[in-house]
Design a protein around this ligand. Structure first.
Ligand SMILES: [Zn+2]
Length: 262
């Protein structure tokens, strides 16, 4: 017997894709069913206010119809519309970058845990906190670490001796720090080494231990912020074997605002 069901669940819209006339495909990160793909048919629906309330990254209670492994949207009640977002290209870009990463991880690991609370805290901070770009980088480091790609930073990944220098070599290809001993350095490719100040290593270590409600509003000094952002970008690209590009437009804008032209 075919199984059909009316379902009510809370969730965040992570992506909206238009197709044919007035139809949409929504990726919704739900509290109860993980990431689901759901259709909205504008042609069938006479409810224009429903169409207007569908926007990216909102938090809502969704009423869905489930039939033969497909979900379709009947209605939604917005809980948090993140209204500042629509005016703010920077925050919108940050969320669309992070949602791309989250969906990539979920594609490979559909049963990944804690994604929902992660997104709830992280997206809220990206929308409302003063430095959304830093928040996004802290978020992505925290997220991929929790999903099994934690950087090795407690000691040298080869000889396991503690590293006491103020500048630390991070070896991207092996995902961890290495010491200066020739035996440890001899197999590493220089192009794959990133230098990090001890303060940033300590910050990452601290970040990885904090619960979600506390970890996205850390302060970082200006010169360390640039280093941390560059590291976060290269680390995530290396781990995911993919070049994420959405945030690049923001670093171009940042330089432009400061009068740095390249
Ligand atoms: Zn070593």
């Amino acid at each position: 017997m075919a199984k059909e069901n009316h379902i009510t669940t809370k969730g965040f819209i992570l992506r909206i894709v238009n197709y044919r006339e007035n139809n949409l495909i929504l990726d919704i990160l739900t509290a109860d069913y993980g990431l689901i793909t759901c259709s909205y048919s504008g042609r069938k629906s006479k409810n224009n206010s429903l169409r207007r309330s569908i926007s990216p990254f909102i938090f809502a209670e969704f009423k869905l119809f489930y039939y033969r492994n497909r979900y379709s949207l009947n209605s939604l009640d917005i809980i948090e519309s993140f209204s500042p977002l629509m005016e703010d290209l920077e925050r919108l870009t940050c969320l669309s970058h992070l949602s791309e990463l989250v969906m990539d991880i979920l594609r490979h690991q559909p049963k990944a845990s804690n994604v929902y609370p992660f997104w709830a805290y992280s997206s809220y901070c990206i929308v409302y906190q003063k430095d959304p770009i830093l928040t996004t980088h802290l978020s992505q480091l925290k997220f991929i670490s929790d999903q099994g790609f934690s950087p090795w930073i407690e000691d040298c990944l080869i000889c396991h001796k503690p590293i006491k220098t103020n500048i630390v070599n991070f070896y991207l290809n092996r995902g961890g720090v290495i010491c200066d001993a020739p035996a440890c350095r001899k197999h590493t490719a220089e192009s794959s080494i990133v230098l990090l100040h001890r303060t940033n290593i300590d910050l990452i270590s601290y970040l990885l231990k904090l619960p979600y409600e506390k970890c996205f509003n850390l302060d970082v000094e200006h010169h360390l912020r640039a280093e941390l952002l560059a590291f976060s970008k290269r680390y995530v690209n290396t781990v995911m074997e993919k070049e994420y590009k959405k945030l690049d437009i923001l670093s171009t804008m940042e330089k432009f605002e400061k009068g740095i032209y390249e």
